[in-house]
Design a protein around this ligand. Structure first.
Ligand code: BT5
Length: 244
């Protein structure tokens, strides 16, 4: 099938990681160049973790997004991609989806999509997005996973889904490039973690609880600790939403 999008989206039968594919071609990228597959064999998550998207379970997509002239931190870029994907999955019918800081799109407390933003050696952020479309326990052995199918939403054939997703990200990216508000004001309404009671897991031996009050202009999460009522800046940690 031929998609007249400019630039075209390259659909691969199979690839180790769509992010690696674009990072390895950093010198030849143009804005909004995108690559997608239904069969990613070595998908990467944050902090050396993996993202599983075997054939039949969903799509893996990476997009080369141009850096802004008023360049924010990679944390802000990552939240911008998360909020664009949130808009997209809501448009596709999952109106209850929300963003869990820093990079998950959840429905309830189950993960529908994961995002990994990496800086290329050329002036692009490589935005990698994995979205679960169909899912049974053999394909995605994660208790915490969900998919469009599991949430009762039809998305049609996956290439069309990818085209709509890339178009939404491109649209939101050009709007964000012209933002003159603080990044915190711009993004906070999109982040479901804000206002939640959370557990912050900094390491195996260091976890604490508090209320997420906002983000700063670097995209770090601001959490008021239950223990001493002090607001701490969370730079890199896993954050779990506690049941209210
Ligand atoms: C992420 O990392 O969620 C970022 C995932 C980014 C994947 C995309 S796919 C296209 C592009 N190419 C790549 O190579 N990567 C990007 P993190 O927050 O670290 O979460 C990883 C954790 O999510 C794993 O340790 C599992 O517990 C869980 N997980 C893995 N696969 C999952 C899936 N399909 N659905 C739900 N949870 C999953």
């Amino acid at each position: 099938m031929n998609f007249p999008e400019i630039p075209p989206i390259k659909f691969l039968e199979s690839v180790d990681s769509t992010n690696s594919y674009l990072l390895n071609r950093a010198g030849t990228l143009t804005s909004y160049w995108a690559v997608a597959t239904e069969n990613q064999t070595a998908g990467r998550g944050r902090l050396g973790r993996s993202w599983e998207s075997p054939l039949g379970s969903g799509v893996a997509v990476s997009i080369a997004l141009p850096l802004f002239s008023r360049a924010p931190s990679v944390g802000i870029y990552s939240l911008l991609v998360g909020s664009a994907i949130l808009d997209f999955v809501r448009e596709e019918g999952l109106v209850n989806a929300h963003v869990k800081w820093p990079n998950d799109v959840l429905v309830g407390d189950r993960k529908l999509a994961g995002i990994l933003c990496e800086m290329a050696s050329s002036p692009f952020v490589i935005a990698g997005v994995g979205v679960n479309l169909f899912h049974d326990n053999l394909q995605l052995p994660h208790l915490g996973a969900t998919s469009f199918d599991q949430e009762g939403k039809e998305v049609g054939e996956s290439r069309g889904f990818v085209v709509r997703m890339v178009e939404t990200v491109r649209d939101r990216w050009t709007s964000a490039a012209n933002n003159r508000e603080s990044w915190s004001d711009y993004l906070s309404p999109k982040i479901g973690t804000i206002g939640q009671k959370v557990k912050v897991v900094e390491s195996k031996d260091n976890a604490w609880e508090g209320t997420a009050e906002g983000i700063d202009d670097e995209g770090h999460l601001l959490v008021r600790s239950f223990r001493d009522d002090v607001v701490r800046t969370v730079v890199a940690a896993d954050v779990l939403h506690l049941r209210q």
